[in-house]
Design a protein around this ligand. Sequence first.
Ligand code: ATP
Length: 201
Amino acid sequence: SQYIVGVSGGIGSGKTTVTNLFAEQGIHVVDADIVARQVVAPGTDALHQIASKFGSEILNADQTLNRAQLRQVIFQQAELKSWLNDLLHPIIRQTMWQQTLLAKSAYCLLSAPLLVENELHLSVNRVLIIDVDESLQLSRTILRDNSNAQQIRAIMAAQVSREKRLSVADDVIDNNHDIAELVPQVARLHQQYLQVAENIA
Ligand code: ATP
């Protein structure tokens, strides 16, 4: 696609819920979290490099990356952490853009939790932010992840603020209500994006 809508929002804000609704309309969704896993799948160059750096103990029996182990190894080892980031970030970026270019839908979505943190919002055509109250964000995420408030609060604190995210938004979806209320919001934006995409095609 020529027209790329960047989608973001904090942890548990509803990115997946919203992008699934666009996908139902036939819109291709590139998900940064999925790409981050694809680039270290068995057989990839990145995984070979990780295995030579950290040893084959970093692999599971089925040759997939043992993520929990990797997290533990780089935890509080700034040098290894930045080695890993320097390896993976360019590959993830390149793969994401490649997938958006290959997308056959009229426009496509690039969904990234860290869209703003990683400054990807500067490279997309339009920025769509999923907005939710922090209290709802917390309670929904606790419910989904079966985790505690303290853990989720720590993740929220490490992400950009709601205000910062909203300040870079071209469009905002309000996810403070029932999931059903997302449907008309997505339908309206879908029509809007289709029209713009048609005009630049
Ligand atoms: P993450 O970045 O953590 O992967 P996300 O932004 O993709 O999260 P979702 O997984 O879509 O967020 O939503 C978080 C949780 O909240 C899910 O369990 C989802 O079903 C639920 N949820 C989303 N929107 C609503 C809503 N309007 N009402 C009730 N529950 C909702």
